[in-house]
Design a protein around this ligand. Sequence first.
Ligand SMILES: *[C@@H]1O[C@H](CO)[C@@H](O)[C@H](O)[C@H]1NC(C)=O
Ligand SMILES: *[C@@H]1O[C@H](CO)[C@@H](O)[C@H](O)[C@H]1NC(C)=O
Length: 222
Amino acid sequence: MFWNFWVGLAAAMLSTGELAAAAAADASVYQDPETGFTFSQYAAAYNSNGASITFRIAVPSGVQSYTPYDAVLQVVAPNDVGWAGLAWGGSMISNPLMACWKGYSNNVLVSSRWAKSHTAPTAYTGSTYQVFRTGTKTNSTHWQFTAKCTGCTSYQGDSGGMRYLSAQGGNRLAFAYSPTKPSNPSSNTSSFGVHEVIGYWNHDFSSGANPSFTSLVSKLSA
Ligand SMILES: *[C@@H]1O[C@H](CO)[C@@H](O)[C@H](O)[C@H]1NC(C)=O
Ligand SMILES: *[C@@H]1O[C@H](CO)[C@@H](O)[C@H](O)[C@H]1NC(C)=O
């Protein structure tokens, strides 16, 4: 119902200083001791206290341009985040969206979505997430997940042509935050309300390149 305010909200945030872009333009490198992946990470600030949701992306090394590839996504969110979202194509409409939140039994749900307009995004089967047990956890302050996504880095754009995210360069991503949990937190197809904050950044995928991507994925899938 409030989704049509998204454009207005984006414009308002630009004029008040876009939250995320203000801090650092590029992702830094994070070596995850738990999963073994090298991630490029970005801390997306979502309130004026500087609290942030961390988005980490790992990709295989040596991916040629304009080819599809899997990516591993790790998200770390403070417990006051009701749901968090990522737009792989950097906008709300016509690109793979990911929404995630903490379920009732201290589990983390990851949902693949797509929006054709500024309305609540619906389930999208073009990208799928395999959540790894390692690197997915909750504690008294945060929840986090680690998942392999197939179909997040390439997709059919609005004009019909394929779009490819660059594994060897920067990609413009967008995030969304809401303090309100989805209406049915135990279902990955639950509806949820409009985001309160959005932001954009340029995420350098090349610094999250992993020569052992495939073997790390197999190890975590075992
Ligand atoms: C929800 O989870 C099921 C089982 O893992 C999966 O097949 C389905 O694609 C997921 N739906 C969404 C919207 O992510
Ligand atoms: C809770 O989890 C977060 C994210 O995984 C981590 O950064 C933080 O250190 C953990 N806190 C405690 C007290 O273990």
